[in-house]
Design a protein around this ligand. Sequence first.
Ligand code: FAD
Length: 445
Amino acid sequence: MASAGQTHDVLIVGGGPVGLTLALAPVQSARGIRVGLVDRRPLSVPRDNRASAIAAGVRRVFEALGVWPDMAAQSQPITAMRITDSGLGDISRPLFLSFEGDVAPGEAFAHMVPNRVSGQVLLDAVAAQIEVIAPAEIAARESDARSAWLVLADGRVLVAPPVVAADGGQSALRQMAGIHVVEHDYRQTGLVTTIAHELPHDGVAYEHFRPAGPFASLPLPGNRSSLVWTESSADAPRFLAMDKAALALEIEAVMGSTLGAVTVEDDLAGFPLRMRIARDFVATRLALVGDAAHVVHPIAGRGLNLGLKDVAALAEVVIEAVRLGLDHGGDDVLAHYQGWRRLDTSAMAMVTDGMNRLFSNDAAPIRAVRDFGLGPGRPRRPHQGRHDPHSGGGLGQWPEAAEWAADLARPPRQRLDLIRLHAARFIQTQQRHAFVDGEGQARGH
Ligand SMILES: Cc1cc2nc3c(=O)[nH]c(=O)nc-3n(C[C@H](O)[C@H](O)[C@H](O)COP(=O)(O)OP(=O)(O)OC[C@H]3O[C@@H](n4cnc5c(N)ncnc54)[C@H](O)[C@@H]3O)c2cc1C
């Protein structure tokens, strides 16, 4: 069966941003390698008004593949992040956390890349180098000791030592392999649009925490920003039905005077939000990457970044095996990939989940402890040190651990609030690390 089909060295299913990037990696590094890319739809630039915050460490994946200059030309560096928390209706937004800064001197910690731009640049690069098999529907996936093969609905058979599932959150290949997922429905909708505004953003990203959930304003080239915010699934239809003028008033009520008067440019789009993590990232001759392996809450803009780190890890282990003449779809190689990516993914899923729970809540005591814990210039306990940006994110710091332990002795109500406070500090530190996210982390070192 396997020998009767069309043979590749690597077969990738799914031509979203993760699958396209992965397709480019082997051909850059291993001359003559045959990569096939399968998608159920004809590949074209996505009709997607979102923009993705790409962290500095992850951006280096695009740099290594030679596609970054074309993306950078139409992207906006993020030079600082400001976080505000206040009731609605206030004209100015009190600032409670701010971090500025570079990863290296002069290097922004993230760039906002419009999804249409990254899609176009990746598609152009793929068209020049990769065999695309699309549109094609996969009817079955099988494997034996030497190969995996895909049977297409039109009867064609495609064969490769590893097949990679980059077919998104509903991954058919993951289901065919019988890999289960851990799942949580947030009962929230992610709302996305683009605005033009009166005042310059100066490269600053703003996150406003509101009772319904976080509201992020992320800078785009010019006086424009990409907005992503969450509403409960019950309330989202009200926003989706608004005309652009009414929506602009709602947006100004959240942002206060931060960016002046706003004009809504795109129709509002809504995305139901779930967390979905695959219990295994590999099966026999199959590796999951991107949303096929993990879907996380978009609160920290991490989903695609995680997927691109999967790409870096999988490409490295596969190319290394090809160079050494090993079976690059074998269990050892795929286990190495899984070991590399699982911990980082589950940590990020917990961080984004925790941030969403903590900040989608208007209970006055919770806001009070958030303000107390995160506000600039608020008194610190005498033993509380500054977080070292190069540390593991605060958990390893003894003073902090001692505070957590002391709080366990307090009455239950107080204890809950204090635990939320410490969680807020920890999560915030993690978020900063998530943005900075150096190359060492992307390479799993
Ligand atoms: C509101 C919102 C904002 C976000 N903002 C950010 C951000 O700022 N930064 C960030 O890092 N991430 C962000 N994300 C997450 C990011 O969008 C996703 O993680 C990313 O798009 C996943 O890419 P992918 O290639 O894995 O999957 P997809 O983009 O879903 O692509 C899957 C591909 O597989 C194909 N396919 C599906 N099924 C099959 C099949 N059976 N056979 C063949 N082909 C198939 C599809 O046609 C598609 O081309 C956000 C998400 C949301 C919802």
